[in-house]
Design a protein around this ligand. Structure first.
Ligand SMILES: [Cu+2]
Length: 167
């Protein structure tokens, strides 16, 4: 079989791009630890308070064991609800020590939102009717911005918070 020079070039190019794509996917999955969040549990988006984790008093950061934390969040247009502090102000910053294991549990009351903690492997899609969960170990200190990466409307850019990891 005779192959034209250009056909050979494109064939090699096509196979090389496929190999590169698989390499990047493999790197993200096995080295960086990126994987889909759990979609095991469903919830009534009209009544998220009925779920233990999303009762107003259970929102935000909780230490469940030594070095183990849970963060419960309710997303809505255009806010992440981490509960309120002692003064009744909305919590927009959570602080955990370096090396702690943090389980993020999040759901939405309205449309699809994103929940990404930039600079970590936490990056979830938050869909109405589902509870998204992701457990991670905070290996690096610093301030990590929480952003919504699913366009959800005119106030999309106002959806942010900060996760602070201290020494
Ligand atoms: Cu958004």
């Amino acid at each position: 079989m005779h192959l034209h020079k250009f056909e050979k070039i494109w064939l090699v190019f096509g196979m090389a791009s496929l190999a590169l794509f698989l390499l990047i996917t493999g790197f993200a999955a096995f080295w960086k630890g990126t994987h889909p969040q759990s979609h095991i549990e469903t919830i009534d988006p009209q009544n998220v308070e009925a779920h233990e984790a999303f009762k107003p008093e259970n929102l935000g950061l909780q230490e469940v064991a030594d070095g183990k934390y849970t963060v419960n969040i309710v997303a809505s247009a255009f806010n992440y609800d981490f509960g309120t502090d002692a003064d009744g102000k909305a919590v927009k910053r959570i602080r955990v020590p370096k090396g702690s294991t943090v389980l993020f549990q999040i759901t939405t009351k309205d449309v699809v939102h994103g929940f990404q903690v930039a600079g970590t492997n936490v990056n979830m899609m938050v869909e109405p009717g589902h509870v998204s969960r992701l457990e991670t170990v905070m290996k690096n200190t610093g301030e990590f911005t929480v952003v919504c990466n699913e366009y959800c409307g005119v106030g999309h850019h106002q959806m942010f918070a900060v996760v602070e990891v201290y020494e």
